[in-house]
Write a protein that binds this ligand. Structure first.
Ligand SMILES: N[C@@H](CCC(=O)N[C@@H](CS)C(=O)NCC(=O)O)C(=O)O
Length: 203
């Protein structure tokens, strides 16, 4: 049985849990107590020297990085529901959106979210938070025009890009951004998807 090193509040781990549920792949959770810095201790560092969850263990194969894990699941479990298109150009476009998800949304978004949730206001790096909010606003505008005539990012089906975004759009209320209309409609579709609700609804 697959083992997932996980923490209940970890957005990156949520991606993997959504994919596993979407694909109906059984797995067990190995809880890593990030709050007690268990991830910085030797036994976990032997599994991931970067001290981060998620980590997937499939037999003696160990893999970290949520997007790498999603791609592995797609290839290693080919008889499950697909998240990644077979067509070369569709897959290339998917990879473009997946990379932009990380650089234009998740990274700046996590900085603002983390500050607002866990750091006292007097210690906020306000200029940086403003710069990042502006960056996210620009991203949402570009993404919004792409979504104007689409229900989902690739092939009008829930897939890899939606899984990448889901845990992060769940927390979008923490960001100082206007949410454009097509993005909002897409976001609502993603958050009401059964596999997403099963993971994010339970936290
Ligand atoms: N790029 C990694 C990011 C993973 C990550 O940042 N995980 C956070 C939890 S959401 C973590 O383990 N943080 C613990 C730490 O940095 O000490 C991925 O996609 O899996």
């Amino acid at each position: 049985m697959l083992e997932l090193y996980s923490h209940p509040n970890s957005t990156y781990t949520h991606r993997v849990r959504i994919a596993l549920i979407f694909k109906s792949i059984d797995f067990t959770i190995n809880h890593v107590a990030l709050d007690k810095l268990e991830n910085r201790k030797k036994p976990f560092l032997a599994i991931n020297p970067y001290a981060k969850v998620p980590v997937l263990k499939d037999g003696d194969f160990i893999l970290s990085e949520s997007s790498a894990i999603l791609r592995y699941l797609e290839e290693a479990y080919p008889d499950t529901k697909k998240l990644i298109p077979l067509d070369t150009k569709a897959r290339a476009t998917m990879n473009q959106f997946a990379n932009q998800c990380e650089t234009e949304f998740c990274f700046p978004g996590s900085f603002v979210y983390f500050a607002k949730r866990f750091i006292k206001e007097e210690k906020w790096d306000v200029p940086r938070m403003k710069e990042y909010s502006k960056k996210i606003g620009r991203h949402l505008e570009i993404f919004d025009s792409y979504l104007a005539d689409k229900s989902y990012v690739i092939g009008n089906e829930f897939g890899f890009v939606e899984v990448m975004y889901a845990p992060f759009i769940f927390n979008i209320g923490y960001l100082d951004v206007e949410i454009p209309i097509h993005f909002k409609a897409w976001m609502d579709r993603v958050l009401s998807h059964d596999s997403v609700k099963q993971v994010l609804g339970s936290n």
